[in-house]
Design a protein around this ligand. Structure first.
Ligand code: ATP
Ligand code: MG
Length: 566
């Protein structure tokens, strides 16, 4: 749980099972896992846990991990999702070489398996309507009843199933069901549907070739078996499906019998990780799209500036157990900060500009070039040039006319150090006709570059940019998408959409960045000193005013808020 080593995986109960299997010589020493997304949405932080688990195990035990799309539900799935999922898995740092599969690759084989079940007397075509099927199913406390069609002959079932495939029946007119036990205490075993009719839908892989589609439970275990998966890792909600999974594999006597092992889903506070709910946020316009930087999707986190390294580290820290897993957002944010703190070069950017005129800066000098370290601890990150001139911007919040006692920044008549440059003193405050401060007239001390003035204590250090050289930019400040820690599990049962944080996005349109940022490329991360970590937004197009996303603040402001609220 608390292993923070970024190079090795902490052990967990699944790894222990695998190691025991390897020691016992099970599966002839082979380890084969798979990550099986349904292409009906983008991957989210919960999926990342499953990706890291499955691909990580394959890496560490010299095994393989397949990427398999569980594509049995054509009306909700599409190619955009397929491509987005591939991109995200790759970005997280994992590859599958030629081991990318689709459950639909096996449709013919799955059909043959169904025919085999019919021949064994283990599957039948049923004409009950969906409503009747529900009534016949029984409840948790009452057994179900057999369908009147349950005892059809093998020949009749073969004929009907073949005609279902040929498109002779309307959607819902018939299904194929496994013949197991309508009185089973496990409802999943009460003759589950294994095929249903969906005519006239276009499937992104198989087009209009099929008008019957296999159900998830049936498809999933057989796809695992066809691919020779040794350990089929899934989330806890499938625990009750395991006996059905095993029933199919045993009845069909597949050459490989993967072992299903369940682990708990990852839930993160202040967000939702249900694809249905995320789809709603996109479709109902609460966010800009699947890759909105506030979304808990991999695409959103990438656009926001989270790094693959930090997401993998987060998954390692969260661990893999069977216990309910509601993790604080602060844990994820801490992983991002730790990574960016070591790796992001420092820059200066003024988000709320206030003009400063250096009145004693020699006119003939016009400008000069100063040098600043890119990282306070890591010298290997080298230095950069920053221009200084007589007209600068500092942040509005770094000046106060009537400051509280502990205010260490600029005040009328006071001094402050400009980061990487000189000490300045504020001599005059210029205001507009409404009394708002619009400019400061300051003088600089040329003797203070890189050293403190003798006998004077200058406590405050503020960031700045040279007005003439600065790059103007739009900066987007993000906060948590939901103000409620568990938006989809509130005490009063209210809808998660009611808990959207109204301040989750703030846009600052006139920010000034130091000129070296003109060369920033997509994917570069920076610390804007004293402001947080930032990256160029992927919607930015060269030639236009750059848009920067704040990835994360420097400190956990929510923890601070929680403290002061006490
Ligand atoms: P949803 O229920 O929101 O539609 P899903 O679980 O059906 O999500 P899939 O595309 O089927 O989404 O998931 C692919 C894999 O990722 C599955 O093995 C699933 O168990 C796993 N997974 C999905 N959500 C989480 C989560 N929150 N934590 C851990 N693993 C998850
Ligand atoms: Mg699923």
């Amino acid at each position: 749980m608390s292993n923070t080593d970024n190079t090795s995986h902490p052990t967990n109960f699944i790894r222990q099972i695998i190691e025991a299997d390897l020691t016992a010589g099970k599966n002839r020493g082979r380890v084969a896992t798979r990550f099986p997304p349904e292409p009906n949405g983008y991957l989210h932080i919960g999926h990342a846990k499953s990706v890291v688990l499955n691909f990580g195990i394959a890496e560490d035990y010299n095994g393989t991990c397949n990427l398999r799309f569980d594509d049995t539900n054509p009306h909700k799935e599409n190619l955009e999702f397929v491509e987005a999922i591939k991109k995200d898995v790759q970005w997280l740092g994992y590859g599958w070489s030629d081991r990318v599969f689709f459950a639909s690759d096996y449709f013919e084989q799955l059909y043959d398996y169904a025919v085999r079940l019919i021949i064994k007397g283990k599957a039948y075509a049923d004409d009950l309507s969906p409503d009747e099927t529900r009534q016949y199913r029984g409840t948790l406390t009452e057994p179900g009843k057999n369908s009147p069609y349950r005892d059809r002959s093998v020949d009749e079932n073969l004929d009907l199933f073949q005609r279902m495939r040929a498109g002779e029946f309307a959607d819902g007119a018939k299904v194929l069901r496994a013949k197991i036990d309508m009185a089973s205490p496990n409802i999943n075993l009460r003759d589950p549907t294994i095929y249903r009719i969906r005519r006239g839908v276009m499937h992104h892989q198989t087009g209009e070739e099929w008008c019957i589609y296999p159900m998830y439970d049936y498809t999933h275990c057989l796809s695992d078996a066809i691919e020779g998966i040794t350990h089929s890792l899934c989330t806890l909600e499938f625990e009750d499906h395991r006996s059905l999974y095993d029933w199919f594999l045993d009845e069909l006597d597949t050459p490989c019998h993967p072992q299903q092992i369940e682990f708990s889903r990852l839930n993160v506070e202040h967000t939702v990780t249900s694809k249905r709910k995320l789809t709603e946020l996109v479709e109902e316009g609460y966010v800009e799209g699947w890759d909105d930087p506030r979304m808990p999707t991999i695409a959103g986190m990438r656009r926001r500036g989270y790094t693959p390294n930090s997401i993998r580290e987060f998954c390692r820290r969260v661990g893999v157990t069977k216990a309910d897993n509601l993790v604080e957002m602060a844990l994820l944010e801490d992983c991002i900060r730790t990574d960016l703190n070591s790796n992001a070069p420092r820059r200066m950017a003024v988000l709320h500009p206030l003009k400063v005129i250096i009145t004693n800066y020699p006119k003939e000098r016009d400008e000069e070039t100063l040098t600043a370290a890119n990282h306070p601890q890591d010298e290997s990150m080298s230095t950069r040039a920053i221009p200084f001139s007589h007209e600068l911007y500092i942040d509005r919040h770094d000046f106060m006319e009537e400051p509280p006692k502990k205010f260490k920044r600029l005040i009328p008549g006071g001094e402050v150090r400009l980061r990487n440059a000189y000490v300045i003193r504020c001599d005059e405050v210029i205001k507009d006709e409404h009394g708002a401060v619009v400019e400061l007239r300051c003088s600089y001390d040329p003797e203070t570059l890189g050293k403190n003035p003798e006998g004077r204590k200058v406590k405050g250090v503020v960031h700045w940019v040279s007005a003439r050289h600065a790059v103007e930019a739009e900066v987007r400040l993000y906060d948590r998408l939901f103000s409620h820690p568990t938006p989809d599990a509130t005490k009063d049962g209210s809808d998660h959409r009611k808990h959207i944080n109204p301040d989750s996005l703030r846009t600052l349109t006139h920010c000034h960045l130091e000129p070296s940022l003109a060369e920033a490329r997509l994917g570069d991360a920076f610390q804007f000193e004293r402001e947080g970590y930032f990256c160029l937004d992927s919607m930015h197009t060269p030639g236009n005013k750059p848009i920067y996303n704040r990835t994360i603040t420097l400190r956990d402001t929510w923890a601070k808020m929680a403290k002061t609220n006490k």
